[in-house]
Design a protein. Structure first.
Length: 194
């Protein structure tokens, strides 16, 4: 079975976390946030990831983005989806959301250097989804779309490129390496555009 009960359960759980409990939207857009974790799960499935990695992709933002009233924890994910899935989600979760943007992103890049191949694949799919959305929005709205970020265009593009290069530096055989390299090139073009 390809569309497994565990994957269906993850979709329901992520939908409750992002949509039902908070009507979360993609940054600066009127698009339901749930489209992002579902895209990450789809990217992972297309990369022939294991069921646990696909499930972690669908759930990857549930700890980080859950509300205090309906807080998702690693223990909760472990109970429902197993320790491996919970560990994968925890590995890509930013722990110190209260830090300034640049420091938080630097810490996240350093953390990548200790990732397993499964965590690197999960992070890669998240990057592919996020950067692809940025490129689409840039094509539609130009540099104005960067106003929704907590940093200027140059820092946002630099951070994404550095993050993707860090991932690639940890695992050259990454099934999403071509996608990441293509996106780095596209961000270079945006970074140097007037």
């Amino acid at each position: 079975m390809i569309f497994t009960p565990k994957i269906k359960k993850a979709i329901r759980f992520a939908t409750k976390t992002h949509e039902v409990y908070q009507k979360q939207k993609r940054k600066g857009k009127d698009i339901p946030y749930i489209t992002h974790p579902l895209a990450v799960g789809l990217i992972l499935a297309r990369a022939n990831a294991s069921e646990d990695v696909v499930v972690a992709g669908i759930l990857h933002d549930t700890i980080e983005d859950s509300t205090e009233k309906k807080k998702v924890t690693r223990a909760m994910l472990a109970e429902r989806f197993g320790d491996n899935v919970a560990g994968l989600v925890a590995s890509v979760t930013e722990e110190h959301k209260d830090l300034p943007w640049e420091e938080r992103k630097r810490e996240a890049r350093e953390h990548i250097k200790h990732f397993s191949h499964e965590s690197l694949l999960l992070k890669s799919a998240d990057l592919v989804s996020n950067v692809s959305d940025i490129l689409d929005d840039y094509a539609d709205h130009g540099s104005k779309m960067f106003e929704r970020f907590h940093a200027p265009k140059e820092k946002v593009t630099w951070n994404y490129k550095e993050t993707m290069q860090t991932v690639l530096g940890q695992w050259s055989e990454n099934p999403l390496a071509d996608d990441l390299n293509t996106l780095i090139g596209s961000l270079d073009e945006i970074e140097h555009a007037a």
